[in-house]
Design a protein around this ligand. Sequence first.
Ligand SMILES: *Cc1c(COP(=O)(O)O)cnc(C)c1O
Length: 402
Amino acid sequence: MPNKQEYIQKAEQEFYKTYNRYPVIFDHGDGVSLYDTEGEEYLDFGAGIAVMGLGYNDKQYNEAVKAQVDKLLHTSNLFYNVPSIEAGEKLLTASGMDKVFFTNSGTEAIEGALKIARRYAYNKAAEEKRGEGCVHEIIAMRHSFHGRSLGALSVTGNDHYQEPFKPLIPGIKFADFNDLDSVKALIHENTCAVIMETVQGEGGIYPAEEEFLKGVRALCDEHDMLLILDEIQCGMGRTGSMFAWQQYGVKPDVMTVAKALGNGVPVGAFLASGKAASAMVPGDHGTTYGGNPLVTAAASAVLSIFEERGIVDHVNSVGGYLWEKLEELAAQFDCITGHRGRGLMQGLEFQMPVGPIVQKALLEEKLVLISAGSNIIRFVPPLIIEREHVDEMVRRLTAVLE
Ligand SMILES: *Cc1c(COP(=O)(O)O)cnc(C)c1O
């Protein structure tokens, strides 16, 4: 067997270089702990980028996935399968949306959402306005993140990610998040949708302000535009409600979910309600893998476990505790200049780039943290963490900062 350094060298030879990885090889996990190939235990406050909501090695989840492996992995969407029907019912119940389409990733869920917006506008447009001559514009937010495929990248408000891949899809305009006037200023007769994360993740953990989200909802109603809320990171209980928008008294026409939906198997979804729920028709969209029995059995187990164990209530209680502890930390260290977020999606903003802090926490304190942007540490632990884990995380992070 190659040793750790040899594995890392092999990886660097094999993989297309789009990531700078930390020199750690994880081998297995249990609860909120990860173990590397040398048997070292790490406390995980990153959850594989907000994916492992139920943590690692959950017996009930594992049994559900294993049982499906032995039964049937895939059939294609030419046929029905029971796990997808059950997962769909649970997701629609949890969200109050009307229709669901399962995808393989977050970025694909965004692609579907954008297609609904375009299709909705196309359906509405007079015959002579349809087609290439008529660009149906979409308003997106600066500092947003919606994924890496070309459509999702087109609505991602990050020049650095976009620049090398232009031209992107036409008709995308960027407004400032939490600035209603900046949205208003971009609306005209060709605008068909507004897309945003309810809580910006990648961009630095910025929750939408209630007035802003309600204002955008009202503008969408007034101008017959679709409101698309990206809940890929902030959804699935993370902010203290099943979906973050449920705390705002608004409802989207289209929403996207992924990350924690499968607790580690690749599954996402876009959901639509009301007038958006029938915009696309047979032939408009498809996927070979999407919603296959394996991943939807996993999603179905996740949704049941959320219900049975009251995961959302737990997030509220331990999220409040995390808030208190991070407030104390912010008061203790002058280099911390901001603290934002909700539930178990919080961020600390620093005066300086946080890369070295994150690296030192990982390698020396065995604490997994992730950054958001260059100056923000993002706290998105498994949703099952307890107060004692918060205390331990703070102890280790304090040691690094000192
Ligand atoms: C991660 C993320 C995506 C993209 O999801 P992938 O599964 O990586 O394609 C889209 N939107 C938000 C808000 C995300 O956090």
